[in-house]
Design a protein around this ligand. Structure first.
Ligand code: PGA
Length: 257
């Protein structure tokens, strides 16, 4: 059985005061959640990490960053290393989000470098994959995903892979209000798991958690979670409000697989 994982990606929203308010509210509302079966992670902007870490320190909610650089330190103006994220209190990091691929020249090669550095420093990586609208319309979804998996996971062995979380986020569904249908999500999730099986074998492939991301809301989480290969969600917009994120987490935790 795979443990459900719901992560909130706050993107470039929330100043420190707002981040404190949101994380305090979530901690309070999720107090009674069964964290044995559901993992919850908040990914605020860098500037709020330390404060949110302080709030979450006495809770079972995890903390993640939205990006990192692969070097430990050096003259890399504007970058933040895995060591710095650990120091700020993170246990997770999102790698290769489509907005980073789209606007900040993230490639499968840089994803691979970041992934290795995250694993080296024992951060749990949430690696994002997904096709854009044009690729989907040209029937290239599986080819794109295949490249992202093959190149993103170069030199990652089975033991390391056990610690990786994958997030399938069709770019055309992010922030657009358009969710992939549960069937579309399941089809790609299964494809991802089958691809992992070819590389790492069935046992490992069955143990890797694959989140869905892209306009996840309280209204659609149950049908997404009902799919056999959907193990959680990476939530953007709906993670910015206490009510909607709590509803998503609570509903997911009721789905037993
Ligand atoms: P969204 O974002 O839920 O606002 O579509 C998801 C994401 O980009 O992680």
């Amino acid at each position: 059985m795979r443990k459900t994982i719901i992560a909130g990606n706050w993107k470039m929203y929330k100043n420190i005061t707002e981040a404190i308010e949101l994380s305090n509210g979530l901690k309070r509302e999720l107090f009674k959640l069964d964290f044995e079966s559901t993992e919850v992670v908040l990914c605020p902007p860098f500037t709020a990490l330390a404060e949110v870490a302080e709030i979450l320190s006495e809770s079972d909610i995890g903390l993640g960053a939205q990006n990192m650089y692969w070097q430990d330190e050096g003259a890399f103006t504007g970058e933040v290393s895995a060591l710095m994220l650990k120091d700020a209190g993170c246990q997770y990091v999102i790698i290769g989000h489509s907005e980073r691929r789209q606007f900040f020249a993230e490639s499968n090669e840089t994803v691979n470098k970041k992934l290795k550095a995250a694993l080296k420093h024992e951060l749990t990586p949430i690696v994002c994959l997904g096709e854009n609208l044009q690729e989907r319309e040209l029937n290239k979804t599986f080819t794109v995903i295949q490249d992202q998996i093959k190149q993103g996971l170069i030199d990652i062995d089975a033991e390391q892979m056990q610690k990786v979380v994958i997030a399938y986020e069709p770019v055309w569904a992010i922030g657009t209000g358009k969710t992939a249908t549960p069937k579309q999500a399941q089809e790609v999730h299964k494809y991802i798991r089958d691809s992992l099986k070819k590389i790492y074998g069935d046992d490992l492939a069955q143990s890797v958690r694959i989140q869905y991301g892209g306009s996840v809301k309280p209204e659609n989480i149950l049908e997404l979670m009902a799919q056999p290969d959907v193990d959680g969600a990476l939530v953007g917009g709906a993670s910015l409000k206490i009510d909607s994120f709590v509803a998503i987490v609570t509903k997911s935790s009721e789905v037993r697989k």
